[in-house]
Design a protein around this ligand. Structure first.
Ligand code: DCP
Length: 218
């Protein structure tokens, strides 16, 4: 446990859509002292029978606000989840929701400035009043064209309309936030991994992060 705050050593796993966050988390299933919190995509696909992810992609202007608002709630739930282990690995965070997705939807006009302002105020309030801190960010850096091919291959029905240009914009926002540090606040040290590697080589790349994560799992 972190001696000062008594919270677990908390890691955010970040990266573009299709960068391999789920595969990265699966790699850590083998270690007992780590709690893995995968992103609640299934909740976004079924809120009282409504598929918010699908509604958002089909009619973004109408549904982006409701979708990002629900994403914030489910991410906050993950941040606040008590874990029995000394290490907690989270897929994404409220930070990437705000600095990458909400930011992109504001910039391309999908979110009305007033809708953006509401989401931004929620983020600021949570940030100042609720502990959502991290100790490490693992950034899975993927070339947009590679992420695009993976998304096509996995064929999640809602995402078939996602253009390469959207992934390029999201990639730039991740880079500005986590590498160039020109966007928002970077809440923890960042470890950058090469997420372009294919499955046969990626385990070696993931292992580069093991030491930094496992030394807290005692
Ligand atoms: N999404 C979004 N807004 C957010 C978070 C996610 O619009 N604040 C969307 C983008 C994807 C889907 O939700 O269509 C899941 O995105 P992620 O990149 O978070 O998860 P993946 O399953 O794509 O991750 P990976 O392929 O890296 O395992």
């Amino acid at each position: 446990m972190n001696a000062v705050s008594k919270r677990p050593f908390t890691v955010f796993v970040e990266g573009n859509i299709g960068s391999g966050k789920t595969t990265f988390l699966e790699h850590f299933c083998q270690f007992e002292d780590i709690t893995l919190l995968t992103e609640p995509v299934e909740e976004w696909r079924n809120l009282n029978g409504w598929n918010l992810l699908d509604l958002m992609y089909k009619d973004p202007t109408k549904w982006a606000m409701a979708f990002q608002s629900y994403v914030s709630l489910t991410m906050l739930d993950m941040h606040c989840k008590l874990t029995p282990t000394p290490v907690k690995l989270m897929e994404r965070s409220l930070y990437s929701a705000r600095y990458c997705f909400v930011e992109q939807m504001m910039r391309n006009g999908t979110l009305h400035p007033a809708q953006f302002a509401v989401l931004d105020e929620w983020f600021r309030f949570i940030h100042h009043n609720i502990p959502i801190a991290a100790d490490l960010i693992v950034y899975l850096k993927a070339t947009p064209a590679v992420a695009y091919e993976r998304i096509k291959k996995r064929a999640r029905s809602e995402e078939q309309c996602v253009p390469l240009s959207y992934l390029e914009s999201l990639h730039k926002l991740h880079e500005d936030w986590l590498v160039h540090r020109t966007l928002g606040e970077c809440p923890a040290p960042v470890l950058v991994l090469d997420a372009d590697l294919d499955l046969s080589q990626i385990t070696e790349e993931y292992k580069k992060s093991e030491h930094q994560i496992l030394r807290h799992a005692v």
